[in-house]
Design a protein around this ligand. Structure first.
Ligand code: AMP
Ligand code: ZN
Length: 112
């Protein structure tokens, strides 16, 4: 499948990996918007938040269990922001579900 994040999950495109297990991968964003900018993806191809369902939500639960320790290991002791852009109004640019972990500086209160 011609999906850039599937290719990263299959090691066909290099990435700076932060964490990996059978279900998910966390890696540094190539165009960081903050001192720490990590992307967390399921290894299976889920296009966006809109395609989460009872058949794949176990993977989403595993991802959410791993996000706090990933943030802690990145040194985000003062907090962080978790974002998932879904669809065109949110400017989703990669059609493979991903969660942005942003931190390492004071982030603006207004996200939009
Ligand atoms: P979004 O706009 O929410 O779909 O986020 C997509 C993110 O993927 C952007 O922050 C990009 O910088 C990031 N990105 C795109 N290609 C790569 C890549 N090859 N390695 C790491 N991050 C990438
Ligand atoms: Zn994919």
């Amino acid at each position: 499948m011609d999906c850039i994040f599937c290719k990263i999950a299959r090691n066909e495109i290099p990435s700076k990996k932060i964490y990996e297990d059978d279900y998910m991968l966390a890696f540094n964003d190539i165009n960081p918007q903050a001192p720490v900018h990590i992307l967390v993806i399921p290894k299976q191809h889920i296009p966006s938040l809109d395609e989460i369902n009872t058949g794949n939500s176990d993977v989403i639960a595993k991802i959410f269990e791993c996000i706090p320790p990933i943030a802690a290991s990145a040194g985000l002791i003062n907090g962080y922001r978790l974002i998932s852009n879904c669809g065109s109004d949110a400017c989703q640019s990669v059609g493979h579900l991903h969660f942005h972990i942003l931190g390492g500086r004071q982030l603006p209160a207004n996200m939009a």
